[in-house]
Ligand binder design. Structure first.
Ligand code: MLT
Length: 271
């Protein structure tokens, strides 16, 4: 099983494709999953993108097949884990992408390690911190996770994750997403909720992002809607926004062709 001991934990990852050896080649593509999910959300990207690029999809600390989370963590720590993993793999000069919580981690990463990156992909995510009501909702969800476990959290998340007609139009995607959410350990859910609740607002930092940036958002995203994607586009000097037709929050699973095409064009265009 591909896993590396880094930063005091064990991080599972999958890797396929080749390239990214030098700065004249296309950079490796690294994709970070959201909450309460794991790297399986990138299955369609893992199938399509390795034709042209080296693709690495880690499970963040405590998620998927990575080691269990034993103590609260911050999103910065998750960024440090990813950086340590990429150093081990010789892939720091990558195009780093993150969906939703993975995007929060990518924003923490670019602040600390941005000088090493060749591209940034912010997918169905945002730069704003939680509102006071949002923070209260996180605290309530921690209680739900403790008392009722992962499937109760999946019940809360499910209605917001996919475009309104997705359960009918794409039942296989809805089923897979549900299975991934139910598999997320309750303690990881608790730690991730606390980390997201405490994350800083990064809107004022957007202007400092120097790497070429692709922003992707599902047109029906109910968690991080197109308006917050537009805030990132305006704030980041070298950013391009792609709105994914027919997708909700999980654009990479709902409309993989559009997302893959946007990623291919973006990564191939990085010089
Ligand atoms: C995610 O998809 O990662 C989460 O919904 C993000 C959040 O709750 O802020």
């Amino acid at each position: 099983m591909p896993a590396r001991s880094v930063n005091g934990t064990s991080i599972f990852y999958e890797e396929s494709g080749r390239g990214g050896g030098g700065d004249s080649a296309a950079p490796p593509v690294v994709l970070l999953h959201g909450f309460p999910l794991d790297s399986r959300i990138w299955a369609a990207q893992r199938r399509a993108l390795p034709e042209k690029f080296r693709v690495i999809t880690p499970d963040l600390r405590g998620f998927g097949q990575s080691a269990a989370s034993t103590a609260p963590f911050s999103l910065e720590l998750l960024a440090d884990d990813v950086h340590a993993l990429l150093k081990e793999l010789g892939a720091e000069r990558c195009a780093l992408g993150g969906l939703s919580m993975g995007g929060y981690v990518a924003l923490a990463y670019v602040k600390k390690y941005g000088g090493e990156l060749r591209g940034l992909m912010l997918i169905d995510t945002k730069a704003e911190a939680d509102t006071p009501e949002g923070k209260e909702a996180r605290t309530r969800m921690v209680e739900v996770a403790r008392q009722k476990g992962s499937s109760a959290i999946a019940d809360l998340m499910e209605p917001k994750m996919l475009a309104p007609d997705a359960a009918k139009q794409r039942p296989a995607v809805a089923k897979e997403l549900r299975a991934i959410m139910e598999a997320c350990p309750p303690l990881t859910i608790e730690h991730a909720l606390l980390a997201m609740r405490e994350r800083p607002d990064r809107v004022a930092e957007l202007g400092q992002i120097k790497v070429p940036t692709l922003i992707v958002v599902g047109e029906h995203d109910a968690i991080t809607p197109p308006a917050v994607a537009e805030t990132m586009r305006k704030g980041i000097p070298n950013a391009r926004l792609v709105v994914v037709r027919g997708a909700g929050h999980m654009s990479c699973m709902e409309q993989p062709e559009q997302v893959n095409q946007a990623m291919r064009e973006f990564v191939a265009g990085i010089v």
